[in-house]
Design a binder for this molecule. Sequence first.
Ligand code: CTP
Length: 398
Amino acid sequence: MLASKRILLIIGGGIAAYKSLDLIRRIKERGVTVTPVLTRAAEEFVTPLSVSALAGEKAYRDLFDLTDEAEMGHIQLSRSADLIVVAPTTADMLGKMAGGLANDLASTLLMATDTPVLCAPAMNVRMWEHPATQRNLEQLKEDGVRFVGPNEGDMACGEYGPGRMSEPSEVVAAIEAQLADGPLKGKRILVTSGPTHEPIDPVRYIANRSSGAQGTALARALSALGADVVFVTGPADVPPPDGVQVVCVETAQQMSDAVDAALPVDAGVFAAAVADWHVAGASDRKLKKSRDGLPSLAFAENPDILKRVSHMKQGRPALVVGFAAETNDVLENATAKRDRKGCDWIVANDVSPTTGIMGGSENAVVLISNSGVEEWPRMGKDAVADRLAQKIAVALAG
Ligand code: CTP
């Protein structure tokens, strides 16, 4: 399945670089071509000769090697692969990638590429936990970089904790997942998720009980089928999935703007619980108790993102999926909502408190499309997500 794929393997300068030799061997066993690139520091740990001998390919070493540029320019090198793997990814490399530096061959390749990137971090536990590393990690996840590891355990430096590079077998499994030709490969899908927060003043806001669990599960399931997912999320309780492009927003207006910026997409899945109104003229100072009695809030309507996208004359996604959170007459309300919004499918659920669905781990949905109504049994939100992702794959293939 993986034969004829190509990997560009960037080896960073850390003690875990020794694992890259075993990694090359295991990748090659699967029929995948590995083109190795060593940073200067990596050469302190493994030699270009051993790397190149195992890979059966030239080991690229330095940006300013004119022979390399004559053979294959760095831009071409960065794009000729199906996946770039950075193993080990050092703290320094994470910093360069997050900051957009391009001052050696490895960092320039990473800046010039349009190929998915998988990082296997390895560093001292304190370096891993340092706020700068964690910030860089968040940024790179937002940029769509995928990660495998690090693992927790004894470290070469004598300390214990997270920071050990994943074992070659784990990196290979992550590579296989990335290279697998899922049915949604090449499809770009937008998912909105979570609640929105609408400010009343700088310290207070209006929100809802959405945890973001269903939208997050969906983004993960779509990505697992190979989709390139843009995940626009309000302030959710659950962390965003790995390997998707994450756009964090707070208000409905920000969500609407982020959706516009993400278009065009092949499918849009609108799982967010968007506030229908915002407080008109929200105060930029904290509202104080006053002797004149209770404050009164005036509301203004938020953009209806789903409706707007569904009615787009140009650039409408081929498939638009909305959600309907109802507390009564689910089927009737959701059917009317589908017509009103103009979306292709509505995934309806009963969110009345007795169901425990909003904020819970299970969901019982009814899928309404122009081919009819499907009632799904109550199941975990992950299972709902998998089933819906499969259906989306079938619809986009058709
Ligand atoms: N939605 C949206 N933008 C809004 C409101 C809702 O994109 N401003 C989307 C939601 O993401 C969901 C669908 O519309 O996919 C239905 O959301 P819901 O809150 O159930 O519908 P409302 O239009 O708010 O209808 P009502 O509150 O009257 O039930």
